[in-house]
Design a binder for this molecule. Structure first.
Ligand code: ZN
Length: 681
């Protein structure tokens, strides 16, 4: 027993400033849950670990912007995500959080180990310092003008307009994002992890792995080729794990270094919770453990290069046995995929559809070797024709037959049919798929067994035998019921809720609920069956269309909200406004008295307008649609109280109203004659 393999399976730590969406589910959570459930059926020694990643500048920044504490932000997302995982049946042994004390201690211990061995390197670098705030500013805490595109609100780490990667020192006119203070450049001391020194060791280790997925190896190769660079492990921030070394006040351990140590802390926490506080060592330090990190492709570098290098530096810990990273799951649909990407939140979808239907749909399109696409239509088809049409159908027809022809009891059996052996043989292929992390193939083979079961029912025609050969008919139905039990085991990794339901329908329990009992006789003859139920009710077109519409709605609503936010500071986010708000906009009739094209501009016209007693000038981008001469004399509608601005250096004092769609633009004009300056309401 001592040499038995242990499995330590981890799922990526979700960052606690966002809700988990179905792209995350497909990349890092459903695959390990399926894998772990299979291992448990096999009787393997396995624990399944994850938790919220709760530090870093993004959380601190979100807290500042929302005017709440970072604790409030992380609580919101941690508890919501935890519940969504439970609802969809992701069964962690522990879902911890990196804000827990045990993690702070573990991460500090790890850091000190490297520091005391003089592995960490001290470097002095130029950094922006706020005299007013008395601290160095981390990159995200600086804003300024992008040197590439001129965006005046570029972030210290990147420009969101042109996508350039930046450092705060490259920004023109940098200022503190929090106080607006103009920082000065000062020498700052930081500790670095010398990743470059581990390049050879890491390469050797990685290339000794023969069973890693090709996509993972490809990513790793790319990084190794460009050379591993030293990375800072300290950062100027209040929120996080304090650097446990003198002369580092106001610094925390960089989150990329500290977060993956969360896997170790969570394992400790789990074993403390079951009163075996030292047992975590058997998993992290014992040679018989297979450490498997399930992640999305954006995390490959951390889990297959950087964290292993840190583990090597520390010593004593095992290294990952495999990192079966997945590609991305996108949402199909023309506009949606671009603007929203994976925008379907886990917490929302589990409220609308049964968890097993979502699990099945996602499992059948897992992005194991390339990106894949989710669509609502596909979810409907998978439910109606596969889950209901194949799986639900087999269970239902078998149970209904036993109920009506055999008094709701399990009929007797004498001879064995080949069918059970066939199923047993098939499980070897499925096992291989699981062992190689080919979960999509495992699902296909699993469903093929259910297809074969339906074929067996059809070919043996029990409905014909029931009159004259009732005993033979009973044998067939007994076989079918035994298959139902095997199917409950087989589908358990993918469809745990349905598996439970089948056991209930069979009035059975988990005594024989093990992988090696598939294809065996697990149900006693003569026993009464439980109550039948429809496993997969049909999903109607209406339900699916509703989801597709609400996607589009929320998409365009988001656009409206964004526009409102851009234009007014205190938007409540709703797109309804009160009369008071409308009255704030001063709309008036204006008469165009002069109009000319703006030199060197393809779009702009300069208009001189009469508005009541005054004259004003507006610059408007309508020259593709109207010639200057045809504008003169028109009665148009303008926003009279818009803040003046400059377009190509020309003053513009207001805005005219026009209707625009699909590259066409038409002015809003007044019907008939009215004095310029008249109020529009
Ligand atoms: Zn830019």
């Amino acid at each position: 027993m001592q040499n038995k393999t242990k499995y330590l399976v981890t799922a990526a730590l979700p960052y606690a400033n966002n809700y988990v969406h179905i792209g995350h589910l497909a990349g890092a959570y459903l695959p390990p849950d399926i894998y772990v459930r299979y291992r448990k059926l096999k009787g393997d020694d396995v624990i399944f670990i994850s938790g919220s990643d709760e530090h870093g500048t993004a959380i601190d920044m979100a807290a500042i912007q929302e005017k709440v504490s970072p604790q409030e932000i992380i609580d919101r997302y941690h508890f919501s995500n935890k519940k969504a995982f439970e609802d969809i049946g992701i069964e962690f042994d522990i879902f911890s959080r990196t804000s827990n004390k045990i993690h702070h201690e573990t991460a500090q211990e790890f850091f000190l180990n490297l520091f005391n061995k003089n592995i960490l390197v001290k470097k002095t670098e130029k950094q922006l310092y706020s005299e007013k705030e008395k601290r160095f500013l981390a990159d995200r805490f600086v804003t300024g003008t992008c040197p590439v595109c001129g965006n005046t609100e570029a972030r210290g780490d990147e420009c969101e307009v042109c996508g350039s990667n930046l450092s705060p020192l490259e920004l023109i006119n940098p200022r503190s994002k929090i106080t607006g203070d103009i920082p000065v450049v000062k020498d700052a001391v930081h500790l670095y992890f010398p990743l470059g020194r581990y390049q050879d060791k890491i390469s050797k280790w990685i290339f000794s792995k023969k069973d890693w997925k090709q996509n993972v190896i490809n990513y790793v190769n790319g990084w190794l080729k460009s050379g591993l660079r030293d990375r800072a492990v300290t950062r100027d921030l209040d929120w996080g794990v304090k650097v446990p070394v003198e002369d580092n006040e106001g610094k925390v351990i960089y989150v990329w270094f500290e977060a993956p140590i969360g896997y170790i802390s969570a394992t400790k926490e789990y074993f403390i919770s079951i009163n075996e506080p030292d047992k975590w060592k058997e998993y992290w330090m014992g040679e018989n453990t297979k450490l498997i990190h399930f992640i999305g492709k954006d995390n490959i570098v951390f889990h297959s290069l950087i964290f292993p290098a840190a583990l090597m530096a520390h010593g004593g810990y095992i290294l990952p046995d495999n990192v079966p990273a997945n590609e991305f799951l996108n949402i199909s649909g023309s506009k949606l995929s671009k603007s929203k990407k994976n925008g379907i939140l886990l917490k929302d979808i589990v409220e609308k559809f049964p968890p097993d239907v979502v699990r099945y749909t996602i499992a059948s399109i897992l992005p194991e070797s390339k990106d894949s696409e989710f669509s609502w239509k596909d979810l409907q088809t998978k439910n109606n024709s596969e889950l209901a049409g194949i799986l639900g159908n087999f269970i239902n027809r078998t149970v209904v037959f036993a109920k009506t022809k055999f008094d709701n009891k399990i009929p007797g059996r004498k001879n064995d049919d080949e069918i059970l052996n066939l199923i047993k043989d098939q499980t070897q292929i499925i096992s291989q798929n699981y062992d190689n992390f080919k979960l999509k193939d495992a699902l296909t083979e699993t469903m093929n067994i259910v297809r074969a079961a339906n074929k067996y029912f059809n070919d043996t025609e029990p409905w014909k035998l029931v009159k004259d050969e009732k005993e033979r008919c009973g044998e067939i139905i007994n076989n079918c019921l035994q298959i139902c039990y095997s199917v409950a085991i087989l589908i358990y990794p993918f469809l745990p809720f349905t598996s439970e339901k089948i056991l209930k329908i069979l009035n059975s329990d988990k005594t024989n609920f093990k992988w090696d009992r598939i294809g065996e006789v697990n149900l006693d003859s003569g026993k009464e069956l439980g109550e039948n139920q429809i496993l997969f009710p049909q999903i109607e077109d209406k339900q699916i269309e509703k989801e597709m519409e609400s996607e589009i709605e929320s998409d365009s609503k988001q656009e409206v909200n964004n526009n409102i936010k851009k234009n007014s500071e205190d938007s409540s986010g709703s797109n309804l406004i009160g009369l008071e708000d409308f009255k704030k906009v001063n709309l008036r009739v204006a008469k165009v008295i002069e109009c000319e094209a703006v030199p060197k501009s393809k779009k702009l016209l300069k208009l001189k307008l009469k508005v009541g007693d005054k004259e004003k000038q507006i610059v408007s981008g309508i020259s593709e649609y109207y010639k200057p001469e045809e504008m003169i004399g028109k009665l148009i509608v303008i926003v009279d109280n818009l803040k003046p601005s400059k377009l190509m250096g020309i003053d513009s004092d207001g805005m005219l109203l026009a209707a625009k769609k699909d590259g066409e633009l038409r002015l809003v004009l007044v019907d008939g004659e009215i004095e310029p300056g008249a109020e529009v309401s």
